[in-house]
Write a protein that binds this ligand. Structure first.
Ligand code: SF4
Ligand code: SF4
Length: 136
């Protein structure tokens, strides 16, 4: 049966990228191997599985190097979107996290009924998550 979408789509406000790219993301060995093979320009920003690091000194960057802001509409863009880290792809995971992060996918009706909102989120994200998260 076709899913009747309820939760609003991401509007690229950029809050999650800004918040989590300051030390809140990591990459698996498989992701690093993939980037080394297919996106070598990404690898200088990895240090022992930690992302995103300054290629000059290996220290944590304050802002993701792949995040930019569209000057016309102020929306944020990810220049490696199709090959972004799993941590980015899986966000948001819970409505609680979205509330904490003031994610703009949430509407008043979601805040009034967070259990339904979580079910809506799980359906919306089913193709973005690993089976253990997306299979319920
Ligand atoms: S890699 Fe892309 S999605 Fe992840 S924090 Fe950077 S800009 Fe955001
Ligand atoms: S905080 Fe929510 S609405 Fe904003 S970019 Fe992240 S997922 Fe999209």
């Amino acid at each position: 049966m076709r899913y009747n979408k309820r939760m609003k789509d991401c509007n690229s406000c950029g809050k999650c990228c800004v918040k989590y790219s300051d030390g809140g993301l990591s990459a698996t060995d498989q992701e690093v191997d993939f980037w080394e093979a297919f996106r070598p320009e990404i690898t200088p920003y990895i240090n022992a599985g930690e992302i995103w690091m300054d290629p000059e000194n290996g220290q944590q960057l304050k802002r993701c190097p792949w995040l930019s802001q569209d000057s016309v509409n102020n929306k944020y863009l990810c220049s490696i979107y199709n090959d972004r880290p799993d941590d980015c792809m899986h966000y948001p995971v819970t409505v609680t996290q979205m509330v904490e992060d003031e994610c703009q996918m949430l509407e008043v009706r979601d805040l009034r009924n967070p259990d339904q909102a979580q079910r809506d989120l799980d359906k919306l994200m089913i193709d973005s998550r690993p089976p253990v998260l997306g299979n319920h």
